[in-house]
Design a protein around this ligand. Sequence first.
Ligand code: ACM
Length: 627
Amino acid sequence: MKRTLSLLLLALSCLSAQPLPPAVIPAPVRMEVRDGSVSLTASSAITYSAAEANETALQCAEELNRATGFGLEPSKGKNGTIHFQLNERPDKNLGAEGYTLESGNGRIVIAANAPAGLFYGMQTLLQLLPPEVRSDTVVRRDWSVPAVRITDAPRFGWRGMMLDVSRHFFSVDDVKRYIDEMARYKYNTFHWHLTDDHGWRIEIKSLPRLTEVGAWRVERFGEFGRRQGPKPGEPATVGGFYTQEQVRDIVAYAQKRHVTIVPEIDMPGHSMAAIAAYPELSVTKDTTIRVNPGTKFAEWFGNGTFKMYIDNTLNPSDERVYDFIDKVMTELVPLFPGPYIHAGGDECYKGYWKQDPGCRALMKKLNIRHVEDLQGYFMGRVEKILKSKGKKMIGWDEIMEGGVSPSATVMSWRGIWTGVEAAAAGHDVVMAPASHVYIDYNQGDQTVDPPVYASLRMKKAYSFEPVPDGTDPARILGGQANLWAENVPHLRAAQYLAYPRAWALSEVFWSPKGSKDWYGFTQRLERHFLRADAAGVTASRAVFDPVVRTIAAGERLRIVMESEFPALDLHYTIDDTMPDERSPRYTDSFLLPEGPVTVRVRAYRDGRPVGNLVTLKPDELRNRAGK
Ligand code: ACM
């Protein structure tokens, strides 16, 4: 019924040039839809109330002109068809990022206490326009905005997305595009994972080998983690880095979009690229270590413990290591105006430290019994360096191991529990549990989407609650979606993984607690796919794919199917034919007949296929039941 209604609305709005009902993501705090609409034309005017609102008005004109061809030029004033108003007396409910948007009676007024709020109001306005507003070329059509009254402000101050540019390098333009898309969904923090075992990506002039050597690896193809290591003398040709000039350019680009960049130098583990450049930074001082092209160099034991076959850790007992970090930070800190530097701290293997006489002597001197506690000492030293340069340290949740001062901010990734522990210990916390926000994980069926070691379906990402019960909400700065790039060789692949899950998470980080509504979200989501299409942004449609489980039933298997997306029909076959809209429709779980049976299933809407065909062969079906 609802579907028929929405189709009818869509048809009606096309016929009468009425605007579509609003589909804003993240959902605003309050939105009242009224009768009528406001039409934008080439003779519409854009005005702004004060010089500080000029930038947003210009951005709005640029956005609109690209797709409409109107050639609008904003001017100072108060009567524009679109008017940007900085509140003379701050509205307490809006804070620095909130806004009000009122459209009707021929005009649209966006008001805020600060430019960031105007910017978010503008993003909402763009989402009230048809999807084609994201087009890079001029589209001829009616441009109208529904009459609405919106009051909106974010739930959290830290709404982050991370991009790992070490495992694969992303160009300056790619990074800008990533930031631009974030800002459209009201993210305000870009965590830039700049260094790791697979490449060092930022120019440090006093340490030239970091980029001469550390930014480049040998060319390899195929599954990351199963590749061959470098051969002796083989040239390292794949990689890249950002010059400081380019970093300044990206920082300025982000600032215009009210995005703060948090750069990460991952230490003391995950440092193989730095060690390839300067082997003396490690305890092993192994000069054969190269920037890693994606070999298997660690063994994971399934309980969170692991062993590294190649030393990728900085030596905590060598003062020259702290001189190195000081030099890096001396050049890094002035490039980034934000308050935080991310110092990593994750997955540090202590096996080489344990055997090292220098580390053992340091442990004795510090009266430390466990080698793990050396990491606490190391992170404390890094925090001191950062504090001396006026920055706050944030690190992955392992920084709590071995003790770190409560002034350090913790990015909780191993689970929700690490965030609970960190908050209880008095740390500020950014919630980024892999279980809900790791958007490098597989999002569809593992037999369809490229397999990744773990899975995160869209609906689960949407269900994330960043403030666990019993935790002081004042300690939770917000949350973040993380995109690791082992399996992400280019921007389209990054977008495919990021979207739509990062849209779902934008609602988790922005919209009020308790306001989530999966059905409503999926209805809005459809329109955002169209927006992405118009913008040339890749977005996965895996949310339409059937979710298939099997349960052992004696010698046989019971098949259970679900659809994350509401109101789809799942048509399947078990007779080795391709399913179509007349194949059996799934209504309830069923026992699979004995024999070498393959299940093929696809989702349909109004008799048309949506999403991918899922094909599960007998071995896979047994596997899923743990047989
Ligand atoms: C992490 O995923 N190693 C922070």
